[in-house]
Design a protein around this ligand. Structure first.
Ligand code: ARG
Length: 466
C-alpha cells in the first residue's frame, strides 16, 4: 500500500514508479537540509509573531525541526524516496512528530519560494568557504614568493623564452587573478543575498507576513521585490557558476605550469611526495596528479555553467520544474572549487623550489636581447633600428653557438660602436630584472612592494558574512 503524497488530494491514481524516480531530487537536494530547516524555523517564528499560527504551534514546529536536524546529522533520518524532495521529506517527518502544528508550517509558503530561499542560503555559505579557500591559496603563493624573492626564471610568451623575471613576480600574477576571482565571488554573494521567501508560489500571499523579519532572522540583506522574479530566476546561481568556472580556469592554468615545472626537463619545482602519486608499473614515476586533476576538473565546472544557462534559456515565467536541474551543477562546482583551492594551497605551501634550475634555464640564451636593444636606445639609437641590430647579434650568436650574456664588450662593439664598457654587464639576467622598475614590473623592490600591498589587501578583506 502506497503512502499518500502531500499534494495527493486531487489525484485518483498513484504515481508511476518510473515517474517517481525521474522527478525525485532527493538524491542530491539533501545537501539543502540544513538550509531548509533554518528557513522553516525562521518562517515559523514569523508566522507566530504575526499571529498567523499560535506561539505554541511555533514552539512545537521548531522543536520538531531541531530534532529532525539531529536525525539527519546522525544518519537516523527515515528518508522517503516517494516524497520527491528534501522539503517534503522534512515536512512529512515534522507532521509525524508534531501532528496539527506541523501541518500549519506550510501556511503562506510554497516550495517555490522555499527552494529558492534554501539555495540562496546554501550558496552564501559555500561562497564564504570558497572565498576563504581562495584566500588560503593566495597566502600560500605569497609565502613562496617571499621565500624565493631573488629567484630568477625565464619569463615566457608563446611558451618560448622571452625575458627574465622573478619567480615571485610570476607567482604574484596568480595572486592577482585570485584577487579578482574573490571579487567576483563577493559580487555573486551580494546577488544571492536576497530573500525570496514570502513570494509564495508566484503571486505573493494573502497572509499578513513580515518578510523583513524573516530576512533578518536568516541574515539576508534584502527581500526580493517581485514575487514572480523571486521564484523563477536563478541568475544568482549562474553568477556563482560563472565566478567559479573562471576561478577554475585560473587554477587550471597554474596547474598546467606546475605540471610543466615538475618535469625532469624543467625541474623548477618539486611537489611534496604527500601531494603526488606513483605508477602501478613504472617504479620511477612521481606524478603531479593533484595538479592534473584540478586542471581536469575545470571541465565539469565550466560544463555546469553551460548546463544551467541552457536550462534557463527559454523558460517561461515563473517556476518550472526544469529549475530542479539547477542544483547538481551548483553543488558539484562548489565542492570542486573548494577542494581544488584547499588542496592547491597545501601543495604550493609544501613544494620545493629549485632556484638554481630556473637561473640556469635563464642563461645561455637570448633572454636579454630586449635589454641590448634598450641599451642602444639609451645611447640614442631609434628603437626599431636597435631591434634590427640586436636581431643580427642574436643570429650571430646562434650560428656561433654563443650566448648573449657571455659576449665581451669587444665582441658587442663589432655590432655597434654604441656598446660601451658597461654593455656586457647590462646583459645579465640580474641586470635585466633589476632594471624593470616600472609599476607592476619585475624588479626586486617593485615585486617586494607588490607583495606587501597584496598582504595588506588580504589582511583587510573580511570573511563573507553568513
Ligand atoms: N524539488 C523542487 C526543486 O528543486 C522543489 C520545488 C518544487 N515546486 C513545485 N512546484 N513542484 O525545484
Amino acid at each position: 500500500m502506497k503512502r499518500k503524497k502531500p499534494w495527493g488530494g486531487r489525484f485518483k491514481m498513484d504515481t508511476d514508479r518510473m515517474v517517481e524516480a525521474f522527478t525525485s531530487s532527493l538524491a542530491f537536494d539533501r545537501n539543502l537540509a540544513g538550509a531548509d530547516i533554518r528557513g522553516s524555523i525562521a518562517h515559523a517564528r514569523m508566522l507566530a509573531k504575526q499571529k498567523i499560527i499560535t506561539a505554541k504551534d511555533a514552539r512545537a514546529i521548531i522543536r520538531g525541526l531541531e530534532e529532525i536536524r539531529r536525525e539527519i546529522d546522525s544518519g537516523g533520518f527515515p528518508w522517503r524516496e516517494d516524497l520527491e524532495d528534501i522539503h517534503m521529506n522534512i515536512e512529512a517527518r515534522l507532521i509525524e512528530k508534531t501532528g496539527e502544528a506541523g501541518k500549519r508550517l506550510h501556511t503562506a509558503r510554497s516550495r517555490n519560494d522555499q527552494v529558492a530561499t534554501d539555495l540562496r542560503l546554501y550558496l552564501k555559505e559555500r561562497l564564504a568557504a570558497i572565498d576563504a579557500a581562495a584566500g588560503a591559496l593566495q597566502k600560500a603563493l605569497i609565502g613562496q614568493a617571499k621565500r624565493h624573492l631573488g629567484a630568477i626564471m625565464p619569463g615566457y610568451t608563446h611558451l618560448q623564452q622571452a625575458q627574465p623575471v622573478l619567480f615571485s613576480h610570476h607567482l604574484m600574477a596568480y595572486v592577482e587573478m585570485l584577487g579578482r576571482d574573490r571579487g567576483r565571488l563577493r559580487d555573486a554573494f551580494a546577488r544571492a543575498d536576497v530573500l525570496p521567501l514570502g513570494a509564495g508560489a508566484l503571486a505573493g500571499t494573502p497572509f499578513p507576513i513580515d518578510r523583513a523579519y524573516v530576512a533578518k532572522l536568516l541574515g539576508f540583506s534584502k527581500v526580493a521585490e517581485n514575487s514572480i522574479d523571486a521564484v523563477s530566476d536563478r541568475d544568482f546561481a549562474v553568477e556563482f557558476l560563472s565566478a567559479v568556472a573562471l576561478l577554475m580556469v585560473h587554477l587550471s592554468r597554474f596547474c598546467e605550469e606546475l605540471v610543466l615545472w615538475s618535469t625532469t626537463e624543467f625541474g623548477f619545482v618539486e611537489l611534496s611526495d604527500a601531494f603526488c602519486t606513483g605508477s602501478s608499473i613504472m617504479p620511477n614515476k612521481k606524478n603531479p596528479d593533484v595538479a592534473e586533476l584540478v586542471r581536469g576538473k575545470t571541465g565539469r565546472v565550466v560544463g555546469g555553467l553551460v548546463s544551467l544557462l541552457t536550462t534557463l534559456k527559454g523558460l517561461p515565467l515563473s517556476y518550472n520544474k526544469d529549475l530542479q536541474e539547477d542544483k547538481e551543477p551548483v553543488f558539484d562546482a562548489a565542492d570542486t572549487a573548494e577542494q581544488s583551492l584547499l588542496i592547491l594551497a597545501q601543495a604550493v605551501a609544501t613544494m620545493a623550489v629549485h632556484a638554481e634550475r630556473m637561473r640556469a634555464a635563464a642563461s645561455g640564451g637570448f633572454l636579454t636581447a630586449t635589454d641590448a636593444a634598450d641599451y642602444l636606445v639609451e645611447k640614442g639609437v631609434p628603437f626599431r633600428e636597435a631591434h634590427h641590430l640586436v636581431g643580427g647579434l642574436v643570429a650571430h650568436c646562434i650560428d656561433a653557438g654563443r650566448a648573449l650574456d657571455d659576449l665581451t664588450a669587444a665582441e658587442l662593439r663589432k655590432f655597434s660602436p654604441k656598446f660601451g664598457a658597461d654593455a656586457a654587464r647590462r646583459l645579465t639576467a640580474e641586470s635585466s630584472v633589476a632594471s624593470r622598475k616600472s609599476t607592476g614590473g619585475t624588479a626586486r623592490a617593485t615585486v617586494a612592494a607588490a607583495i606587501r600591498k597584496s598582504e595588506r589587501t588580504l589582511s583587510k578583506l573580511k570573511p563573507l558574512p553568513i
